[in-house]
Each structure stands twice: as C-alpha cells, then as structure tokens.
Design a protein around this ligand. Structure first.
Ligand code: GDP
Ligand code: IMO
Ligand code: MG
Length: 429
C-alpha cells in the first residue's frame, strides 16, 4: 500500500495497541526501510500473515516483507537477550533476516537488572503504574541519569565491565532488598546478556546516516512508533505513562534525522478506545459493554496478556493527538469490531465537577477521574464490514461514523482496517 510521503511516521494516538503493527506491515510494502524510534520490549505489535500470527516486541513490523531493511534507532532501549530471541524465532519461522536488521550504536542497553528493578518498583510503589515489567522505566532513568550503557560501549570490554560494575554497585543494596543482589541468578543473566554483545555489535550502525542516505537516494522510509500519544512521557496521562516520548517529534530524535526530513505523519486510532495498566480512561464503557467489546475485539495485551479496559472513541484525545503529532492523516482500525453494536457514542468533551465542559485534553490527570464524558450518539450499522475493500462497500452509517471521527479529530481518514489480515484494509482517497 503506498504511503503519501517519502518519510512517514506511524504513531499511536490513544493508549497503545491501536493496531500500529498491522498498519506498519501494510504500509511497509511501499517503503524501503522501517525504523523503530523509541520504547523497547514493552511493545507488542501483532501482524497476521495468512494463518500466521507474529507478535513483534523490538524488531520493526516491516520485517515480514522480504528484503525490507529494519532498523532500531537510538531512542530505543534494547533488551539484548529478548532481541536475539525474537530475531532467532523469526528466522526459525522462515523469515530471512541476514543483512536486513541494523541497530543504532547509540541505543541504550536494557540489562536484566532493569527488569528486576521495574518489577520491584511496581511491587513496592504506593502509586502503581501497571508497567509491562520489561525494565523500561529503569533503563530510561539510567539514560537520563547519564549512567547508561550504549551499544557502542560493547566494543570495549574493559570500559563495559567498568560501566556495568558502576551500575551494579549503585543498585546492589536495592537488589539485596528484593532478594537478587548477591545471587548467582543475576550474574548468570548478566553473563548471558553480555555474551551476545559481539553479535549485536555486528549489527550496529548510525541509523540517522543510513536513513538520510536512503532518502537522498529517492527511497522511502517509515518510522514506527510504539505505545501511543496518551502514554507519552510529556503529553500523556502523567504519571500513568511510559518513560519515553512516543509522539511523532520523537521519531527524529530517536533515529538521528532532522525533523525537516519527515513529510507525513499517520495517526493510528482504534474505532473505539482501549487501555491496559493503571490510570484514567475517560470514555470507559459500563462493565457489561466493557466485557462485550473486550470479547469482540480480543482485547488482551499482546505483551502481558492482561485484559484491556475498553471505551468509546474519544475525540478529545484524538484532537489533542492531531495537535501534538502534527497528523497529516488517520488510519482507523478495528471498525469491524463495532459491526454488531446497535448504537455508538463518541466522546466530544469532558464535563468537570463544576459543570463546565472542556474540549481540550486536560494536563491534570487526576481531574480525569472525576469528569463526566459529553457524548454524541450515532446509529450502528448492524452489518459485516470485514469484506469491504472500498469506502463505498461500507454501510452508510459506518461511513458517517468515520466522517465524524475525521471532522472531530481534524485529520483526514486515509486507511480503514476491517480485520487482522493484510487484505482487510480500505485505502481512502
Ligand atoms: P499495536 O501494539 O498498536 O501494534 O496493536 P496490538 O497488536 O497490540 O493490538 C491490536 C490487535 O488488533 C492485534 O491483535 C491485531 O491483530 C488486531 N487488529 C489490528 N487491526 C485490526 C482490525 O482492523 N480488525 C480486527 N478485528 N483486529 C485488528
Ligand atoms: P504497544 O507498542 C499498551 C503501558 C503499560 C503501563 C504503562 C507503562 O504494543 O502499543 P512500561 O512498561 O512502558 O513502563 O509501562 O504503559 N504500555 C502499553 N500499553 N501498549 C503498549 O505498547 C504499551 N507499552 C507500555 O501497560 O500502563
Ligand atoms: Mg500492542
């Protein structure tokens, strides 16, 4: 499927799991290189190719198209063990990866102690975030604290051991407290992670240089986001967010290109809303509808298996996502999941406890718990959409629903996804 620009960002516009993996897979056909720009193995991007399901955590979702280059940018925190497990599992399923994968020399390494610290923090915190337990927060803390270890450091064994030694000395007390400090387990895990260092170095490069060379050669690039706008460290529902900037501007910082190289930004939204982990979900369904849509949409986390909370499409959030990402278009996914719902709602504003209505996404996350959503009602279409391949194949109520999403968000719908398969996509316009 053709993308509209030469360098396109694909970004989630809700709380993650919008179907970015499916959209990136579909769009990857029309580009030469796909690069992930942030996050780590907290992501779970699901792609279906025929009867095969692939869940990608760190490797970009373009990998299932033969011959496409896939890069992990400097903004990623790389769990080496998990990365090679994923790499080898793909190869064992017949996907040829040789010469196709590159990792930024500037990417930070996520070590086994980051995972231990993440889980310990969640177990003992008075304010739980409901993380994926993949070590993401502690790894980005080390990066911002200027004590992280980068892929380039793997080239110098002495310096590497010194840096890892500093890190372990600093956290040994905390690891002792949680029962992992002096044990063999951590040494084994570290030994295993470091033993893969040379293999990783063999893939390391300057992702920005490769991407710019690709663009200068007149080829196309796709920059793949993980998580979503409402989980962005600055723009999301802080503190119930992930520890990186997930939004489109981070695609430049996180890969090593300048923002002027990017010419289109596709925002991925589900036709409704989901959230996994703690934190407010302003458009949440009532419990019966929540259970019903979770079942219809198979809304269980691709990384942790946790049930996702579900709600109506939230246009307050999508409008905000259009602003902070500079969206040039929308990909609406999972429209088919709503096929049997008699009446749909779209949230257009939040009524605060004092009766006033806000239509912009509030900075005060805590206030979101006390708001009452202002909704519009739309008739359902009560007809299957999964066979539709053109906008005109969709029932008129479904087209009206999409049109309203476009109007309220302020970005044109460019793709509509009506199933998990590659073929189940409607290009619009
Ligand atoms: P991501 O993290 O944004 O890539 O999304 P996930 O893979 O975590 O979750 C999206 C889920 O919805 C996956 O199981 C996809 O296979 C599935 N999916 C994607 N698009 C569609 C669609 O249009 N219809 C249906 N029914 N499922 C979809
Ligand atoms: P993809 O890329 C949905 C959520 C976690 C938690 C918060 C912080 O598949 O859309 P973290 O482990 O990042 O420190 O957890 O963010 N979260 C996701 N939710 N999809 C994801 O990724 C997520 N990655 C993290 O549930 O609420
Ligand atoms: Mg996911």
């Amino acid at each position: 499927m053709a993308v509209q620009g030469t360098c396109t960002v694909v970004v989630g516009c809700q709380w993650g799991d919008e179907g970015k993996g499916k959209i990136v897979d579909v769009l990857a056909e029309g580009v030469d290189v796909v690069a992930r720009y942030q996050g780590g193995a907290n992501a779970g991007h699901t792609v279906h190719v025929g009867d095969n399901e692939f869940i990608l955590h760190q490797i970009p979702s373009g990998i299932l198209h033969a011959g496409k280059r896939c890069l992990l940018g400097n903004g990623v925190v790389l769990d080496i063990r998990q990365f090679f497990d994923e790499y080898d599992a793909l190869e064992s399923r017949g996907i040829a990866l040789e010469g196709r994968v590159g990792v930024s020399s500037r990417a930070h390494i996520l070590f086994p102690y980051h995972r231990l610290m993440d889980r310990a923090a969640e177990d003992t915190a008075s304010l739980k975030i409901g993380t994926t337990g993949r070590g993401i927060g502690p790894a980005y803390e080390d990066k911002a604290g200027r004590r992280g270890v980068r892929v380039a450091d793997l080239a110098n064994r002495e310096r590497l051991e010194e840096l890892v030694g500093f890190a372990l000395d600093r956290i040994r007390g905390r690891l002792d407290q949680i029962g992992h400090g002096s044990g063999q387990e951590l040494d084994d895990l570290m030994g295993e992670a470091l033993s893969l260092g040379d293999r990783l170095l063999g893939l390391s490069l300057d992702t920005g240089a490769e991407l710019m060379a690709t663009l200068r050669a007149g080829k196309r690039v796709l920059l793949e986001g993980a998580q979503g706008t409402a989980l962005d460290l600055d723009h999301g529902t802080y503190p119930f967010v992930t520890s990186s900037n997930t939004t489109a501007a981070a695609a430049a910082t996180g890969t090593g290109i300048g923002p002027t190289a990017i010419d289109s930004v596709v925002g991925v939204v589900k036709a409704y809303t989901t959230r996994v982990g703690e934190g407010p979900l302003p458009s949440a369904f009532d419990p019966a509808m929540d259970a019903h849509v979770r079942e219809l949409g198979g809304e269980f986390g691709a990384t942790t298996g946790r049930p996702r909370r579900c709600g109506w499409f939230d246009a307050v959030l999508s409008r905000y996502a259009a602003q902070v990402n500079g969206l040039t278009g929308l990909a609406v996914t999972k429209l088919d999941v709503l096929d049997t719902i008699p009446e749909l709602e779209i949230v257009t504003g939040y009524r605060l406890p004092d009766g006033s209505v806000v239509e912009s996404f509030p900075a005060d996350t805590w206030s979101l718990g006390g708001i009452e959503p202002v909704v519009e009602r739309h008739p359902g279409w009560n007809a299957p959409t999964s066979e539709a391949r053109a906008l005109s194949d969709l029932p008129s109520n479904a087209r009206a629903y999409l049109h309203r999403i476009e109007e309220l968000t302020g970005a044109p719908v460019q793709w509509v996804s009506v199933g998990t398969q590659r073929s189940q996509i409607i290009p619009v316009g």
